[in-house]
Design a protein. Structure first.
Length: 258
């Protein structure tokens, strides 16, 4: 297992510059999630156990270490670039992206009681005029209410998903997953990813966790094991993209993806 991490506050689960939903922020306009580059391009996205079944068909579902946390994530690509994602899966957005640009308060783990915030990111590719966060009467607009309801649902599902990762870590069942490749002179790496030790599926070491956490943990483990083989398709997409890139392009890393 990795060494103990610093007690410093971890980086945000998801979001680049979360700000409070107050004052001038409430007068901003929001656009469709895909109008924002992080939604389109981010390679690694936090997910919850209730969406694992849909995502496992296309993306590896693994865990990413974030300070002392182990977040359940979908790896959509090896590079922070939508073109490196499988074309047929680009419209398959994890639920947290459907709520964007609204995000959770990065100071605490998501839960029904945590604050909702706005990611202070410019919509670089809007397809319409968008909608205001609040109406002239100070009420939440329909678009805002729909996305905040998505966050509400995630806030219910995140704690049990987090407990699965915590239980695996406590049982020393995580194994570092090395995603590092040299493609056409580019070094591609997503650090801090973990899979479940393959021998654990045969030894019964999951029994205490499954007894405590039930069917949701069993489903996550099964889909995780199947999904890691999707990495081959991501490697093929990365090779296709980078072989078309200019020879002078710098090394590409997806490790900073939120």
């Amino acid at each position: 297992m990795p060494d103990a991490m610093s007690a410093a506050a971890p980086p945000p689960l998801w979001g680049q510059r979360p700000i409070a939903l107050e004052r001038d922020a409430l007068r901003r306009r929001i656009y469709a999630p895909v109008a924002y580059a992080p939604v389109r391009d981010a390679a690694v996205i936090p997910v919850v156990h209730t969406e694992a079944y849909q995502l496992a068909a296309w993306f590896p579902l693994v865990w990413r270490r974030r300070a002392t946390e182990y977040d359940f994530v979908a790896v959509r690509a090896l590079i922070n670039d939508q073109r490196a994602q499988p074309p047929v899966a680009r419209a398959l957005l994890p639920r947290i992206l459907h709520a964007y640009p609204f995000v959770f308060d990065p100071a605490v783990p998501p839960s029904p009681d945590c604050s909702r915030m706005l990611d202070d990111v410019f919509a670089d590719c809007p397809t319409d005029v968008g909608a205001t966060i609040t109406t002239v009467n100070g009420r939440l607009s329909r678009a805002t209410a729909m996305r905040l309801r998505t966050l509400d649902g995630l806030a219910e599902d995140y704690p049990p998903t987090r407990r699965i990762g915590q239980a695996l870590a406590a049982l020393d069942l995580f194994l570092p997953w090395q995603l590092k490749f040299d493609i056409a002179g580019h070094i591609i790496e997503i650090p801090d990813l973990f899979i479940v030790r393959p021998d654990a599926f045969a030894t019964g070491r999951f029994a205490p966790m499954l007894e405590e956490l039930g069917s949701s943990a069993a489903l996550v483990l099964g889909l995780h094991r199947i999904s890691i083989f999707r990495a081959g398709a991501l490697l093929a997409m990365a090779r296709k993209l980078l072989k078309q890139a200019p020879a002078s392009a710098a090394d590409v890393k997806a490790g900073s993806a939120a």
